[in-house]
Design a protein around this ligand. Structure first.
Ligand code: GAR
Length: 214
């Protein structure tokens, strides 16, 4: 079994394509000192991502890197890796980053890229997970924090939280209810890593108990 990371104050880098509410929630956890971390940069593939403005407003470096300016994914990711290494990122946090991450990126940050997904994986991978859950008719959905591998939402699971699905739900109401829990479990997973309590063996992730914890 391997420790994901020794206990340390984390230097995070965030990749986001959109709204940035998960990014905001992580910033708030840092401000409240419930998460022992700092964010060195937020990078977006989308020039209009509100997440870029949110980062800038917090005085966090906000970079737009346009994937279309590169010949292919490998070239784009090589530049991402260069920028992240230049900022000594310990962990890369995908927060509504709507691209598949490839070999170049993952080999540079093996077991160092995390994602949040709005469903209980392995159910409802990919886009519109909340609508997929409604269409399937599940009574319980939720969210998952996982380590990113080359598949789509397939990497080892760190934390999950269940959320009820009501008969009156639509995509918007279910998404809102799940989002509240996303904001909690992402920061919790990060704090567990900062405390050096996350261990991995194959696909399985183990959370070390604190002394005195049952
Ligand atoms: C979140 O619900 C996140 O789980 C989802 O995008 C939203 C981003 O919101 N991510 C995925 O679906 C990735 N497969 P945010 O920009 O407000 O954090």
């Amino acid at each position: 079994m391997k420790q994901l990371m020794e206990a340390k104050h984390l230097r995070l880098a965030v990749l986001a394509s959109g709204r940035g509410s998960n990014f905001d929630a992580i910033c708030e956890a840092i401000d409240k000192k419930v998460l022992d971390a700092e964010i060195s940069v937020l990078i977006s593939d989308n020039p209009n991502a509100p997440a870029l403005q949110k980062a800038a407003a917090r005085g966090i470096e906000a970079l737009h890197i346009n994937p279309r300016e590169f010949a292919g994914r490998d070239d784009y990711e090589a530049v991402l890796v260069r920028e992240l290494r230049a900022r000594n990122a310990d962990l890369v946090i995908l927060a509504g980053y709507m691209r598949l991450v490839g070999k170049v990126f993952l080999s540079a940050f093996e077991n160092r890229v995390l994602n949040i997904h709005p469903a209980l994986l392995p159910s409802f991978q990919g886009l519109h997970a909340q609508q997929q859950a409604l269409d399937y008719g599940v009574r319980i959905s939720g969210c998952t924090v996982h380590i990113v591998d080359e598949g789509m939402d397939t990497g080892p699971i760190i934390l999950q939280k269940e959320v009820p699905v009501y008969d009156t739900d639509n995509e918007e109401t279910l998404s809102e209810r799940i989002l509240l829990e996303e904001h909690q479990i992402y920061q919790q997973a990060l704090q567990l890593i900062a405390e050096g309590r996350v261990w991995i063996e194959g696909r399985r992730v183990f959370i070390q108990k604190q002394s005195g914890e049952a």
